[in-house]
Ligand binder design. Structure first.
Ligand SMILES: Cc1ncc(COP(=O)(O)O)c(C=O)c1O
Length: 412
């Protein structure tokens, strides 16, 4: 007969409980199912090469290359000096919720009450909370591809099934028609990301109306990720799907963050507005996981939303110049075809003309031309690569020259 001591010893090894006679893996099924990012290996390799003194041009940036504006930094310093360094309400301070309501009214034509808003620890955390409170095992979440990798993993972590809508068949544009094909009675939500990471494409008003109609008719939610809303080029401007009518507002959770708009990726403040019942569930979840987002960062975000906004136009102008330059150059390269992105700060060219898939292309490009890009495979598009233009024009020029030579060498 085994003693209690033996049982504890075996349990600690994490293999088998003699008591229960069943296998006990160390890592939970939920965590073990999280896919490691293939991009990470490449990013790590590029970093290592840089460390070794190799001159790498990196197009991987997922954040603006501008500094956080001074007025925002000052607000954070003031918060520290005034001792605003303790717990706040778990779902965020009322002043910041009010600033979010004002912003949504001013910029997005949306009316929300404080009880319909939650502040979280970055946009990613906002999304995580949404998935956890809306999705159950067996539910389906419609995910247009190419997509930002995190959506897929968060849907799966919540036990639901991602239902992929392939946008490569429609010129990277999301259409209501293609969404319609995957709707079932298990559909719980649709991820809407306009402008999109990684494609940079937007969804225009006419299509948004059709998508809204589908959501109301088939009774599913829209998770509207609007983190790149300020980066739309040309004549279009951003439209929040929830602003299209009371019916669709009831079915939408509008999600945003200060990260990309104000170059505050490190501060970790995201926010959501939506039906009170959903926001309340998210607040409950947050109260037992992270508690409040950083008190100091909340004060900084308050200044970001309430302070001067003029610099945003200048940033957009700079991004636009880089975008135009990049797309023109990419389309001159052998085997590359780049649809002009309408927003965000990414180009997502098709590389199938080179005869290579995204991983092989990316690895060879790094080894041979010392240029780091992100393979499309992680985004559900193995014929594409992602290049960010949130880097200096000088580096864009240098990197694209190398890329051009690399593409020529492939065909030669
Ligand atoms: C489409 C999209 N949504 C949300 C986020 C999350 O932003 P953060 O968590 O930095 O606020 C990102 C960041 O890359 C993104 O690209």
């Amino acid at each position: 007969m085994s003693s209690r001591k033996d049982i504890i010893k075996v349990k600690q090894k994490g293999n088998r409980s003699k008591e229960e006679g069943i296998l006990m893996p160390v890592i939970s099924k939920r965590a073990a199912g999280i896919a490691p990012s293939v991009t990470l290996a490449i990013t790590a390799k590029a970093k290592q090469m840089k460390k070794e003194g190799i001159d790498i041009v990196g197009f991987g940036a997922g954040e603006p290359d501008f500094d956080t504006p001074d007025n925002i930094k000052e607000a954070a310093k003031k918060a520290i000096d005034e001792g605003f360094t303790k717990y706040t309400p778990a779902s965020g301070i009322p002043e910041l919720k009010q600033a979010v309501c004002d912003k949504l009214k001013r910029e997005n034509n949306l009316d929300y009450k404080l009880s319909e808003v939650i502040i979280s620890c970055g946009g990613k955390h906002s999304l995580y909370n949404i998935m956890e409170v809306l999705l159950d095992h067996g539910d389906e979440a419609i995910l247009p591809a190419p997509y930002w990798v995190t959506y897929e993993e968060q849907i799966k972590m919540a036990g639901a099934k991602p239902m992929i809508v392939d946008m490569t068949e429609t010129g990277l544009k999301l259409t209501a028609e293609s969404i319609k094909r995957v709707i079932s009675d298990r559909t719980k939500l649709l991820i809407l990301n306009t402008p999109s990471n990684p494609t940079g494409m937007t969804v225009e008003e006419e299509e948004l109306k059709k998508i809204a109609h589908l959501a109301v008719e088939h009774d599913f939610y829209i998770v509207s990720d609007e983190v790149y809303e300020h980066l739309i080029y040309g004549d279009n401007s951003h439209i929040s799907i929830a602003s299209l009518g009371e019916d669709i507002k009831k079915k939408t959770i509008t999600m945003n963050a200060v990260s990309k708009t104000y170059s505050m990726t490190g501060w970790r403040i995201g926010y959501c507005a939506g039906p009170e019942e959903i926001i309340k569930a998210m607040s409950n979840l947050q109260s037992h996981s992270t508690s409040n987002p950083c008190s100091i960062a909340q004060k900084a975000a308050l200044e970001a939303l309430n302070g001067p906004q003029e610099f945003l136009a200048q940033w957009r102008k700079e991004f636009d110049e880089r975008r135009k330059y990049m797309v023109e150059k990419l389309n001159q390269m052998k085997g590359i075809n780049c649809i002009e992105p309408e927003g965000a700060f990414y180009a997502f060219p098709d590389i199938s003309g080179t005869g290579l898939k995204s991983m092989e292309f990316t690895e060879m490009l790094l080894d041979e031309a010392k240029v780091a890009v992100v393979p499309g495979k992680d985004f559900g598009a193995d014929n594409n690569i992602r290049l960010s233009y949130a880097i200096s024009m000088e580096n864009i020029k240098k990197g694209l020259e190398r890329l051009e030579k690399f593409c020529e060498s492939l065909s030669g």
